[in-house]
Design a protein around this ligand. Structure first.
Ligand code: DSN
Length: 450
């Protein structure tokens, strides 16, 4: 395993193994991240990476695509089945190009700068939903909707009122930092009331929709996009779904040759493996547990003086205002990271601080749920998080919690073979954090390079 990288490129080998240990012995709580299965990991590292396959199955610009065609067709069929959609394009390299292709399909390439309406970035939306520094804000006339200033829930009546005033050509539903269920049916009604297209970006919640613990979006939307690497637990990438044949044809032309070149077929194979996993009954239980864990974590944070935006969560993520505990997002992110808990600083709705130094942190449970942790662990993790947030400069506390986290992670192994390899080959270096030192020195004997 990784023998060839070790021989050819010891520096990259070393960096990969350090990342293996970071993932294995830390608590990954960025809500948009997850751990893929060994099967998905294997598919992503296959000879399919060697193949050019511009075009679509059976309509390629390159020879030798007979097996690639089968790989991509299987991925398309599985994506359609998973989301109950008539058409799927599995080629988008990632979420932003998928959203760009979807918007272009709905607006004749954005040629006339039509109006789009999405959730503002600082309220929980995404850059591609109309932010001014992004193509979506540069090419289109944008009107952004916000959450209710008091409850921080989406206010559908207010969105409808704004839509009636602004008459957007496309309404975008979807978020990156919204802890409550999104009512796509209501968005459809709003879009219909003004004759707009509805584009739903379900990147964060795709796995929850598949598991039946979040309202579906595909049946209500003209076009749906999703990344494949968040709650869906696939490789980095995206897909586009629609039930409208005319739109499907436009999307296909825009993705290739309009925007992209050769599809990354090794990642399409990995998406396909992830879709096969998500089609299994166990995935439904996984999705349910993600939400149960997020709710248990929310309860623990609140019981320990955490201030949660909207007062809790319906999905996989939690947005916290840490200024109420005497710190700021960046300091909380750093302090938690030093103890082995990875989260990201995030703006909260109507943040009075800057996006570079926001008031909040965003955290979630998809990755911890993948490694088998349940409500009991969430309760303890909530206690640790709040202890650190209340004492971000207390190094002894962080050291103590870090050691406890390593012990917890050992009970929920992730990639045992890779971890063993890392323990075998990694040499300590000055850049090692306390966490590596503890995890390796205390927990493992295989320390020295062979
Ligand atoms: N960067 C993703 C997230 O973290 O939510 C969205 O694209």
């Amino acid at each position: 395993m990784l023998d060839h990288i070790k021989q050819t490129d010891p520096e990259t080998f070393d960096n990969i193994l350090r990342e293996v240990l970071r993932q294995e012995f830390g608590l990954e709580m960025i809500p948009s991240e997850n751990y893929v299965s060994p099967a998905v990991l294997e598919a992503a590292g296959t000879v399919l990476t060697n193949k050019y396959a511009e075009g679509y199955p059976h309509k390629r610009y390159y020879g030798g695509c007979e097996y690639i065609d089968k790989v991509e067709e299987l991925a398309i069929e599985r994506a359609k089945k998973l989301f109950n959609a008539k058409f799927a394009n599995v080629q988008p390299y990632s979420g932003s190009p998928a959203n760009m292709a979807a918007l272009f399909a709905l607006t004749d390439w954005g040629r006339q700068g039509k109006k789009i309406m999405g959730m503002a970035l600082d309220q929980g939306g995404h850059l591609t939903h109309g932010h001014k520094v992004n193509f979506s804000g540069i090419l289109f006339d944008v009107s952004s909707y916000k959450v209710d200033p008091k409850t921080h829930y989406l206010d559908y009546d207010a969105i409808e009122e704004l839509a009636k005033k602004e008459k957007p050509h496309v309404i975008i539903a979807g978020a990156t930092a919204y802890p409550r269920e999104i009512d796509f049916k209501r968005f459809r009604e709003i879009a219909d009331s003004v004759g707009a297209y509805l584009l739903s970006d379900i990147s964060h919640i795709a796995g929850l929709i598949v598991a039946g613990v979040h309202q579906d979006a595909v049946q209500y939307s003209d076009v749906t996009t999703t990344t494949t690497h968040k709650t869906l637990r696939g490789p980095r990438g995206a897909i586009i779904l629609t039930n409208n044949e005319e739109l499907a044809q436009k999307i296909n032309k825009i993705v290739f040759p309009g925007m992209q070149g050769g599809p990354h077929e090794h990642l399409i194979a990995a998406k396909s493996v992830a879709f096969a996993e998500a089609l299994k009954p166990e995935f439904k239980e996984y999705g349910k547990q993600i939400v149960r864990n997020a709710k248990a974590l929310a309860t623990s944070l609140i019981e320990n003086d955490g201030t949660l935006i909207t007062g809790g969560t319906d999905n996989h993520l939690i947005l916290m205002d840490v200024t109420k505990n005497g710190t700021i997002g960046a300091e909380a992110e750093k302090a938690l990271g030093e103890a082995g808990i990875t989260v990201n600083k995030n703006t909260i709705p109507y943040d009075t601080r800057s996006p570079f130094s926001p008031s909040g942190i965003r955290l979630g449970t998809p990755a911890l749920t993948t490694r088998g942790m349940k409500e009991k662990e969430m309760e303890q993790i909530g206690v640790w998080i709040m202890e650190i947030i209340k004492n971000p400069k207390n190094d002894d506390l962080k050291k103590k919690i870090e050691a406890e986290i390593v012990e917890l992670c050992k009970k929920f192994p992730l990639y045992p073979e890779l971890t063993e390899l890392a323990q075998k080959y990694l040499k300590p270096s000055s850049s090692f954090s306390i966490f590596y030192t503890l995890s390796i020195k205390k927990s493992f004997k295989l320390w020295k390079k062979n």
